[in-house]
Design a protein around this ligand. Structure first.
Ligand code: KG4
Ligand code: ZN
Length: 363
């Protein structure tokens, strides 16, 4: 089955074509430079660029896979969660294609897409994560700019929500600390690069919620701890309760290079340990779970990948995530892969005209 999939959940315009689980094409149009200037995604700018780039991206994906739209069997699209105006552009285009070419329309949850990215295969039918099928029950972990969630998956599309973040998502904390260090947006990959040259033990940042037995994460305290450390280094920190109203902005100007890399490394280590503490807790509680699949931009982080390996060795569990970086951050290939299973389970839109984007969609 050949699927053309669209993802416009945030700032990348992505279109992919798959045949069963093989990814034939995965095209990106990224607008990161515009957003870098503003330190975040500018919604109307994202919308305008999606509208401009969707047609050429569709054409490019068809060219790369040497197919015509007539030969595609179904259209898939991310309908949430994400930025409303950005999602709107993709949903509108997918509806137009499905009705003009009389194809089934498959609305896909972006976070389910991240989870199913583990089943995407390359052109030669090799799994891009090393996993060929889901072995249930399994843990599905989504770690991105907007999400930090752990699910117990008992079957396809059967999710039990075990853990979530009380405030910031892990990727969001990388982006906020990055802003603090003057790294632009998004900052995850840049923090990782700086951290390689830094000392992860120099600054004693907290591991929030780690002593609690609750399945909850919290990342906003960690970001604030980094902010206070920066202020302390700059000599502007006065611990008068109630008097410290700090704004998160570019505070990096007075930091030395050594301080910057040590801050990045110490923050990254605290963020990773905070994440892994709860995963370890989940393994202890659900001992019948032998597999964990991970999706979302933060799994691009190689230090996290290394530390997951230790967890896997200690607990005898199998850990999978998409190996190529392009399949970790937002992409339409994962939407095509998820759509393949949506179709198998009859999860196809009955009334094409009535499909709406759902910015706050949850699993
Ligand atoms: O999945 P994604 O592309 O978009 C969302 O659905 O949010 O994830 C983006 C997030 C951003 O917060 C970005 O800073 C983070 O993933 N990220 C990383 C790395 N690469 C991307 N975080 C840590 N280390 C990385 N190497
Ligand atoms: Zn995403």
């Amino acid at each position: 089955m050949k699927i053309l999939a669209i993802d416009t959940s945030c700032d990348d315009t992505s279109v992919a074509i798959s045949e069963d689980l093989r990814i034939l094409a995965n095209v990106f149009w990224s607008k990161i430079k515009t957003h870098e200037k503003w330190g975040g995604v500018v919604p109307n700018e994202a919308k305008r660029q999606h509208e401009e780039f969707l047609d050429p991206a569709i054409e490019e994906s068809l060219n790369q896979s040497a197919l015509k739209l007539e030969e595609i069997d179904a259209i898939a699209v991310t309908y949430g969660p994400g930025l409303a105006v950005a999602l709107e552009a993709g949903v509108k285009k997918a509806k137009e294609l499905a009705s003009n070419y009389k194809k089934p329309l498959i609305p896909v949850n972006h976070m389910i897409g991240h989870i199913y990215s583990n089943l995407s295969r390359d052109i030669n039918n090799n799994s891009l994560s090393g996993l060929t099928e889901f072995k249930f029950p399994l843990f599905a972990l989504t770690i991105s700019g907007g999400h930090t969630d752990l699910y117990l998956m008992k079957n396809h599309f059967e999710f039990e929500h075990l853990a979530y973040t009380l405030d910031d998502a892990i990727g969001e904390s990388f982006d906020k600390v990055g802003r603090l260090l003057g790294l632009g947006f998004p900052a995850g990959a840049k923090i990782e690069l700086l951290a390689q040259a830094g000392d992860p033990n120099r600054y004693a940042f907290p591991r929030p919620m780690s002593n609690s037995q609750e399945f909850r994460w919290s990342y906003s305290g960690l970001k604030t701890a980094v902010l206070y450390e920066v202020k302390k280094i700059q000599g502007e920190y006065h611990s008068k309760p109630g008097k410290n109203v700090y704004k998160l902005e570019d505070e990096s100007s007075k930091l030395t290079e050594k301080e910057t890399v040590d801050l990045a490394a110490s923050f990254q280590q605290a963020a990773i340990e905070t994440l892994l503490n709860k995963i370890e807790m989940a393994y202890k509680k659900y001992s019948d779970v032998k597999t964990i699949v991970i999706g979302g931009g933060v799994i691009a982080n190689t230090t996290l990948r290394d530390q997951l390996k230790n967890l896997s060795d200690n607990y005898g569990v199998e850990i999978y995530y998409p190996k190529p970086m392009w399949l970790c951050t937002d992409n339409a290939a994962m939407i095509a892969t998820a759509a393949h299973f949506y179709f198998d389970y009859g999860l196809v839109e009955k009334n094409i005209d009535s499909l709406q984007r759902v910015p706050g969609l949850s699993i």
